[in-house]
Design a binder for this molecule. Structure first.
Ligand code: APR
Length: 232
């Protein structure tokens, strides 16, 4: 790993699982409890906004009770000590990377703790419910929605992500099933760019065959072990 200078790390729901936040596709996961079509598409929001707002109000309240785990803290330590470029691209909408102390974090699917006003297009930090249609803190319109990227919507800051991949020497994927694009395609992009690739996951993902190396185990074990190798 000595020639590694610039790193892109992709994280998914698996890194927050041991903090007590449900993943999406595991047994009993979120998408078994709720139909994607009912809560995670613009069409669902148009059809039944109360159902969608109630779902995200519940998630927003729940994540504020949770704490970062050893995997989040290990990445924060790497972020603090790594002299080269480093970008943590997270698919997660929780704030556990930031609460663990990581700074170079990019939320490609949005954030639970933000509300997006569809009148003035401003995103505001938001901890409370949206179901009772509170006024936008900027324009007072009552048109706030969760700042979460729904299925069929474009993920955020894709240009920055591809730019970081072009500069990277190492791409690491942590706690993601490789089921959702464009994130699931980053390993293919990395291979085409001749970048070293490493997967850290509880079980083999849909993209495992594309990684140079896969290490299986709980994130709280495999991530600190990998970080220890990187900053020794
Ligand atoms: N440690 C490491 N990996 C884990 C752990 C753990 N403790 N627990 C589960 N995993 C792994 C699972 O093996 C699985 O491969 O995390 C992955 C979680 O996969 P998903 O539930 O599909 O979550 P994710 O890949 O983040 O989903 C991608 O889909 O629903 C949309 O927008 C949502 O960002 C999400 C995207």
């Amino acid at each position: 790993m000595s020639q590694i200078r610039n790193i892109v790390i992709l994280t998914g729901a698996g890194i927050s699982a041991e903090s007590g936040i449900d993943t999406f596709r595991s047994a009993g996961g979120l998408w078994e409890q709720h139909r994607v079509e009912d809560v995670a598409t613009p069409e669902a929001f148009g059809r039944d906004p109360n159902l969608v707002l109630r779902f995200y109000d519940m998630r927003r309240a729940a994540i504020q009770e949770k704490l970062p785990n050893a995997a989040h803290f290990a990445l924060a330590e790497l972020d603090t000590n790594w002299k080269g470029n480093l970008l943590i691209v997270t698919q997660n909408v929780d704030d556990l990377h930031t609460r663990a102390g990581a700074r170079r974090v990019l939320h490609m699917h949005g954030e639970h703790l933000k509300a997006w006003c569809t009148s003035c297009d401003v995103r505001s930090y938001w901890r409370g419910p949206l179901l009772d249609r509170p006024p936008c803190p900027v324009c007072q319109a009552r048109t706030l929605r969760p700042d979460v990227v729904w299925f069929g919507e474009m993920p955020y800051r894709m240009g920055e992500i591809y730019g970081a991949l072009r500069e990277a020497d190492l791409f690491v994927s942590i706690g993601t099933s490789g089921a959702v694009y464009p994130a699931a395609g980053f390993v293919q992009n990395a291979r085409e760019l001749g970048i070293q690739t490493l997967e850290l996951n509880l079980e083999r993902s849909q993209g495992s065959a594309l990684f140079h190396e896969t290490r299986l185990g709980p994130a709280t074990e495999v991530v600190p072990a990998w970080v220890a190798e990187m900053i020794k």
